[in-house]
Design a protein around this ligand. Structure first.
Ligand code: MCA
Ligand code: AMP
Length: 504
């Protein structure tokens, strides 16, 4: 037996004194050093009584040690469950309780607030701050830098990532070792990553993009990563001459273009700029090429499927498309009502199948059955077409979802909080164009009969319950919501009406 994911990403680096994480302040962590730290944490997990298959929920800032916790979970056969640092305690409560996590790791600053959550969920609570310090590191110091890797099979689970739904609560997408490894192998080859690559890493590591796409590829390829805590365009520009590649959401590229020091000369040694998680405007694609001579490579993925399609490394990278299905991924465009495949060129719901597609939603067989067909095709909820050259174009979403700066916001979640207020009759949360973040949420509210809702108070309430990025940037009061003859709220009418809300 073996542990395929650990062996391929981490185990092979034991004893390799090559640079892995290059920190902005100059410190370098080698591949061997990283694997050693991870082994210490794997020992801590065992000391805490965790066993193969147990879930470890982490809500911590990005740091080398935070990444080492991911490696340690893989080595110890545990299921890694990263959480957005913006989530409020009530949101975290749901994830920890729903997943049945045995251990929760949080920032020391949040420990007091999250202690009741951990206690109620019967989870142990440990801490780690942005520098890696905390109770876990204290424990790790007492353990050796070696650990007997726990055997795992390709279908064993490696991670849970929670993704919201258009109705109801978030669902834990179960990702197996093989889901993660196969996609990392495909992408490494498809995008030509090697040990000579140096990736600029400024994405968060609690989502597929920053954790699996960016990090797994670099671990597999054996290259180095300039490890930045968050997006800071000045820092990105400072380190670009030392790098070969960048992965980012479209906001990364619009912010770079807004920076006067972002020049063609600066990108001379870069070989690849990759964008995903949200639509890249064709206009951004063109401006970027005009400024730098580089054509951004756009790809398309989902939490449940990892990456599905990509523009090519060699060949035409076409603006406004997400490229062709990756090797090993089957993609079809289907009639939303019947599920029947549509002829080339017609718009329908995108369905995908392949070794990248997840194992289902944790303890939600009905939701799994509704989205994952018996034949293995996953219904993405994205609307698209395949053009005459085989490239996929995403033209919209069949699901009610807003993507703001690469973060997903499910309007239903925000509407539920608003609609629960006595002064509110009903609400509709819509995404409107936003120059920096792509789109931004706006709440359109109808007052309850005779009531006069205090919009500032409603805004404060939302911020106390929901992660900041989900909170509407504007709340508007209207007399009534537009409805179609079936009585359904016409969000497209609202989106048109308020399209200029953030126009500059
Ligand atoms: C921060 N804020 C946001 C967002 N980010 N509001 C809306 N949408 C956002 N994305 C809010 C903060 O709460 C704060 O509010 C204010 O904006 C400034 O916060 P700050 O931290 O300074 O923002 P920033 O550093 O400028 O962050 C913007 C960002 C970041 C760089 C675009 O959001 C980011 O790194 N996004 C990447 C997300 C990502 O990795 N997505 C991949 C998931 P206030 O001022 O009120 O306090 S999707 C995925 O993995 C799929 C599978 C795929 O295909 O890749
Ligand atoms: P997530 O829940 O984070 O997995 O978000 C996945 C969703 O992001 C997809 O279903 C798409 O709607 C969207 N998405 C990801 N990449 C792209 C892209 N390149 N263009 C348009 N939408 C994208």
């Amino acid at each position: 037996m073996a542990n395929p994911l650990y062996d391929a990403l981490f185990g092979k680096h034991a004893g390799r004194n090559t640079p892995f994480l290059l920190l902005p302040e100059g410190h370098v962590i080698t591949h061997a050093g990283f694997v050693d730290v991870a082994a210490r944490y794997a020992n801590v997990f065992t000391e805490l009584g965790l066993a193969a298959g147990d879930r470890v929920a982490v809500q911590i800032e990005k740091s080398p040690d935070a990444l080492a916790l991911y490696a340690a979970c893989v080595q110890a056969g545990l299921v890694f469950l990263p959480l957005n640092t913006a989530y409020m305690p009530a949101e975290v409560d749901y994830f920890v309780t729903n997943s049945g996590a045995k251990l929760m790791v949080c920032d020391p600053n949040k420990a007091e607030g999250l202690a009741p959550v951990a206690t109620a969920a019967n989870a142990q609570l440990e801490t780690m701050d942005i520098t890696g310090k905390g109770s876990l590191r204290d424990r790790a110091a007492t353990h050796p830098a070696s650990f007997a890797t726990v055997d795992r099979a390709p279908d064993d689970l490696a991670a849970f990532l929670y993704t919201s739904g258009t109705t109801g609560r978030s669902k834990g997408a179960m990702l197996s070792q093989q889901n993660l490894l196969s996609n990392a192998q495909t992408l490494t080859k498809h995008w030509g990553f090697t040990e000579r690559d140096v990736l600029l890493h400024a994405l968060p590591i609690f989502h597929t993009h920053g954790l699996f796409v960016a990090t797994n590829i670099m671990l597999l390829a054996g290259g180095a990563v300039i490890w930045m805590p968050r997006l800071d365009v000045d820092q990105l520009i400072r380190f670009m001459p030392q790098a070969t590649s960048l992965m980012g959401v479209p906001t990364f590229y619009t912010r770079l273009l807004d920076h006067p020091e972002f020049t063609k000369d600066l990108t001379r040694d870069m070989r690849l700029f990759i964008s995903g998680s949200a639509p890249l405007l064709a206009e951004t694609h063109r401006s970027f090429e005009e400024r730098t001579g580089h054509r951004i490579l756009e790809r398309y993925g989902m939490t449940e499927t990892n990456m599905n399609t990509s523009n090519p490394l060699d060949g035409a990278r076409r603006a406004g498309t997400v490229g062709k299905p990756l090797p090993g991924v089957e993609l079809k465009v289907c009639d939303p009502d019947t599920g029947a495949p549509l002829p080339q060129g017609e718009i329908g719901v995108i369905e995908v199948r392949g070794p990248n597609v997840f194992q289902g939603y944790w303890q939600m067989p009905d939701k799994t059955a509704a989205e994952l067909r018996d034949d293995g095709f996953f219904i993405t909820g994205d609307l698209g077409l395949i053009d005459d050259q085989g490239y996929v174009q995403i033209v919209g979403r069949g699901k009610d979802l807003i993507i703001s700066g690469g973060y997903n916001i499910y309007p239903k979640e925000v509407e539920t909080v608003l609609d629960d207020q006595p002064d509110v009759l009903e609400s509709a949360v819509i995404g409107v164009p936003h120059g920096d973040l792509g789109e931004c949420p706006v709440a359109v509210i109808v007052a309850a009969k005779g009531a006069a809702p205090d919009l500032e108070a409603l805004s404060a309430l939302l911020q106390s319950q929901l992660a900041r990025f989900k909170c509407p940037r504007k709340l508007l009061l209207v007399d009534a919501l537009p409805r179609n003859t079936m009585g359904k709220v016409q969000k497209n009418v609202l989106r048109d009406e308020y399209a200029q809300t953030f126009a500059t």
